[in-house]
Design a binder for this molecule. Structure first.
Ligand code: MSP
Length: 499
C-alpha cells in the first residue's frame, strides 16, 4: 500500500489554540483524509512544542511547575483537535522521554562530527521570539513589536555550523524547484540566502533556562528551542527504529516559520545528520483580522471553539478551507462566516440533500428507483471529479470546493427545471420522475464522497440518509460504485439548521 506521511508545525503551549493554529490542523486533516480516500496508508503527525523560556515564564506567573503547566495547556490543544475532528495518528509532546533522548543523540552525533562548537557571544536577545537578534533587525532604531522585550546578554554558547552549508542549500533549492509550495516562497528563501548565514546558537545556559533538554556533552546547558522542536518530525516518526516513517511527504507550516526555521535550520540539520529531506513543504499564509495577524500577542484572536459550539465543526472547517487560498493571507469575518453557512451550506448543499431525500419518500416510497442517470448530470459528475482531483492534488482546496459547489447548484437547478412535483401528477411521466429522482440521489451520493475530507460529520449524515450507513467511501467509488437502485433511504434531517 502506498504511504503518505504529513506533519504540521507543533504549537507553542503558552496560549490557547486560536484560529491560526486550527486552520493549519484542518488543512492537514483535509489533505490526510483526501489521501486516505485515495487508499493510501496515511501517517499524520501534529502536536505541541513545550520547552522554552515563554513556557517557563508563563508557568512561573501562574505559580505552577512548567511540567504541570504543559500538561494543562497541551490538553486544550488535544481537546480542540478532537472537537474539530482532526484525525492525526500521533500527538507530539516534546517533553516525551523518547523525543528528548533522540534529540540528545542527534546533538551528540553532530558534536562528534565537529558540526558544533563553543564560543563567547554577546548579543541582543528577544524574549518573545526566543532568539538572538542583531542591529539589522531594528526598524528606525527600535526593536519591532514582534520581538517583545529585547535584552542585551553576554554568554558563551554552543553553535551549529550553518554557514558551512549555505552553498549546498542554495543548490538544493535550485535543483528542486517543487520543494516549497507555493513557489514564490522558495524565491523568498533564495533571496534571503543571498546574504551570508550566521551559525546558529543552539544552547541556553541552564541558569537562564531550565525548561529544556540538557546537552549530552555539557550539562550546564539546554538546547535551544528550535533544535528541539524541529527534530520532533523525525523523532516521532520512529527515526532510528525499525518502524521509521521519515522522510515526510509533506510538511505544513505557516509563512512565519519558513525563514529561517524550516527553510534554513531544518533543511541543514537534516543534511548534516545524513537524514533525507522531506519531499515537500507547504507554506500557508496568515489569518488576519482587519489586516493584522491574528495572534495572542496582537490581541486579535478568534476562539475557534466558540464558533464550533454554535455552528458545528464542519461549518468551521468549510469556512476556513473555502475562504483561504492555500499560501495566501485571508481576512476572518464573522459576517462572511455566517453568509457561507446560510448560502453554501444551508441553501445549496443542505437544501439539495433535504429535498432529494424528501421527494424520494414522497414520490417513490423511500426506495431509490432503478433508472438511468440523466446524461447532462452524468457528464457534470465526471468533469467535477476530474477537476476536483486535479485541484486537490495541487492543494487548491478552495477551488476544489468551488467545483463541488458548482455541481451542487447545478443539481438544485435541475430540480427546478424538471419540477418532479409536476411529473408526479401525471402518470405518463413516471419513468421521467424515476430518472430525476435517481439522478438527484446519485448526485448527492457523489457529493458526499467529494466533500467528505472537508465535511466529515455532514457527509456521514448524508450517507445515513441515503441508507448507506455512516461508513466512508473512497474516491474510486465516485464512478466505480454499484447503483443505488433499490436502496431503502433513511429519514431526511436538516443538515444545517437555521440559527
Ligand atoms: N512552536 C513553533 C513551531 C515549531 S515547528 C517545529 C511555532 N508555534 S506557534 O504556535 O507560534 O505557531 C504554530 C503554527 O501556527 C505555525 O505554523 C504558524 O504559522 C501558525 N499560525 C500562528 N498564527 C497564525 C495565523 N494568524 N494564521 C495562520 N497561521 C498562523 O511557531
Amino acid at each position: 500500500m502506498e504511504t503518505f506521511f504529513l506533519t504540521t508545525a507543533i504549537d507553542y503551549v503558552n496560549g490557547r489554540p486560536h484560529l491560526g493554529h486550527a486552520y493549519e490542523k484542518i488543512l492537514a486533516d483535509v489533505i490526510a483524509r483526501y489521501q486516505r480516500s485515495l487508499k493510501k496508508d496515511v501517517f499524520f503527525l501534529t502536536g505541541v512544542d513545550e520547552h522554552g523560556q515563554k513556557v517557563q515564564q508563563s508557568a512561573r506567573a501562574q505559580g505552577v511547575s512548567p511540567a504541570s503547566f504543559c500538561d494543562e495547556m497541551s490538553g486544550y490543544f488535544r481537546d480542540a483537535w478532537r472537537t474539530l475532528n482532526i484525525t492525526h495518528d500521533r500527538f507530539v509532546r516534546t517533553t516525551e522521554v523518547s523525543h528528548k533522548d533522540a534529540v540528545r543523540a542527534s546533538l551528540q552525533k553532530l558534536h562528534d562530527k565537529g558540526e558544533i562548537y563553543f564560543q563567547e557571544h554577546t548579543g541582543f536577545y528577544s524574549l518573545r521570539q526566543e532568539q538572538f537578534v542583531t542591529e539589522k533587525d531594528r526598524v528606525d532604531g527600535q526593536w519591532p513589536e514582534i520581538y517583545g522585550d529585547v535584552v542585551e546578554t553576554k554568554e558563551p554558547n554552543y553553535f551549529f555550523k550553518l554557514s558551512k552549508y549555505q552553498g549546498w542549500l542554495i543548490s538544493f533549492l535550485n535543483d528542486n524547484p517543487d520543494f516549497i509550495y507555493p513557489s514564490f516562497r522558495r524565491n523568498e528563501l533564495l533571496s534571503a540566502l543571498e546574504k551570508p548565514l550566521n551559525d546558529l546558537c543552539i544552547s541556553r545556559p541552564k541558569s537562564r533556562l531550565e525548561w529544556g533538554i540538557p546537552l549530552p556533552f555539557d550539562d550546564g546547558y539546554v538546547t535551544y528551542v528550535w533544535f528541539d522542536a524541529l527534530l520532533n518530525y523525525a523523532t516521532f516518526a520512529g527515526w532510528g527504529t525499525e518502524q521509521n516513517s521519515w522522510p515526510a511527504d509533506l510538511q505544513i507550516i505557516g509563512k512565519d516559520i519558513l525563514i529561517p526555521a524550516h527553510g534554513v535550520y531544518w533543511t541543514i540539520m537534516l543534511h548534516a545528520l545524513d537524514l533525507p529531506l522531506p519531499r515537500k513543504m507547504l507554506v500557508h499564509g496568515w489569518w488576519q483580522m482587519d489586516g493584522e495577524k491574528m495572534s495572542k500577542s496582537t490581541g486579535k484572536s478568534v476562539d475557534p471553539l466558540a464558533l464550533v459550539t454554535q455552528y458545528g465543526a464542519d461549518a468551521f472547517r468549510y469556512y476556513v478551507m473555502r475562504e483561504m487560498v492555500v499560501g495566501q493571507d485571508a481576512d476572518f469575518s464573522v459576517e462572511q462566516f455566517e453568509q457561507r453557512y446560510k448560502s453554501d451550506l444551508g441553501n445549496d448543499l443542505g437544501n439539495l440533500v433535504n429535498r432529494s431525500i424528501s421527494m424520494a419518500h414522497r414520490y417513490c416510497g423511500g426506495i431509490v428507483p432503478d433508472a438511468p442517470i440523466h446524461s447532462d448530470i452524468a457528464v457534470q459528475i465526471q468533469s467535477t471529479l476530474a477537476e476536483y482531483r486535479e485541484k486537490m492534488d495541487r492543494y487548491e482546496i478552495h477551488q476544489a470546493l468551488e467545483r463541488v459547489w458548482r455541481l451542487t447548484r447545478r443539481a438544485n437547478q435541475f430540480v427546478e427545471e424538471q419540477a418532479p412535483w409536476k411529473l408526479a401528477k401525471d402518470s405518463s411521466q413516471s419513468a421521467k420522475l424515476a430518472q430525476v429522482l435517481a439522478t438527484l440521489l446519485e448526485t448527492v451520493r457523489v457529493l458526499a464522497i467529494l466533500a467528505a475530507p472537508i465535511l466529515p460529520d455532514t457527509t456521514a449524515k448524508i450517507n445515513v440518509q441515503l441508507g448507506l450507513g455512516a461508513a466512508s467511501f473512497n474516491m474510486d467509488q465516485v464512478e466505480g460504485a454499484a447503483s443505488l437502485a433499490g436502496t431503502s433511504l433513511g429519514q431526511p434531517e436538516p443538515l444545517f439548521p437555521r440559527l
